[in-house]
Design a protein around this ligand. Sequence first.
Ligand code: ATP
Ligand code: MG
Length: 309
Amino acid sequence: MTDETVTTDEPVSTESEITPEIDPDPASNSDSNPGSESRTTDRDGTTESGGFDTTESTVGEPIIEARDINVWYDDVQALTDITMDVPEHGVTAMIGPSGCGKSTFLRCINRMNDLIDAARVEGELSLAGKNVYDPDVDPVALRRRVGMVFQKPNPFPKSIYDNVAYGLKIQNIDGDHDEIVENALRKAALFEEVSDRLDESGLELSGGQQQRLCIARAIAPDPEVLLMDEPASALDPVATSQIEDLIDSLAEEYTVVIVTHNMQQAARISDKTAVFLTGGELVEFDDTQKIFENPDNQRVEDYITGKFG
Ligand SMILES: Nc1ncnc2c1ncn2[C@@H]1O[C@H](COP(=O)(O)OP(=O)(O)OP(=O)(O)O)[C@@H](O)[C@H]1O
Ligand SMILES: [Mg+2]
């Protein structure tokens, strides 16, 4: 994690991740009717939005359009026919029990699954109208447009400044790096706390500061989309609250897609919520308020009310 060869593109071992806060208990993934519902349950079950309709989005037009995304790790299918539109700007949350494929889906968006030998992705995923799996798409250039922040703050063993400037350097981004670094730190609500010690190691910051540093590092190259995989789950309540405020402000400029196990957090900060359940299915996707107050799908209701994980 702290090796400087690690980049912001580094996949995080999900096996080593802790399950924070509301723990959906991966061991009890079997709901009361295992296998009795297909991935089309909610579509079959309603004549209204079906949970997949994003046309009533209170945020922007779709910037990410996933169509029938299937992912396997060797022979094991991790995602099944995921179709969803992520609106531009605002916050889209992804919730669901451990192992249901949330991180896998995030990694589809910036093609980080390419870095996992066992992973195979099928389907189409467009960013601003262009399928990122087209042969002419350069994954490195794609990752400049789609930044990522992980669960555990992972600053490099470099100065605060160099951490933020890292993406600028490796991606040969021109411009006034001092200014870009300062702006990124300001957007990440960290500048005031570190402005007089930019040459000190990023590892000397507190956990919450380190995570804001990682956010600054992710936004310095000016991405369009910011992927966040449980960005606050390793932090205390105060740092968590700071990160939530930060996400709120970042969403004015960026499209934020966040995985969280904390349902209150999803309810607080997101505009749209996607509920993934066992089997790598997207079971319902709708305005966050609708998901939390009146979901169409019984399994979603059971999950949200804690009846099963
Ligand atoms: N690198 C990998 N190699 C093999 N299998 C993997 C790999 N990463 C994930 N998987 C498997 O794919 C499935 C989905 O995993 P994923 O990490 O996407 O779930 P998740 O919803 O993010 O879980 P969590 O909430 O625990 O982070 C799981 O069965 C997992 O074991
Ligand atoms: Mg995960």
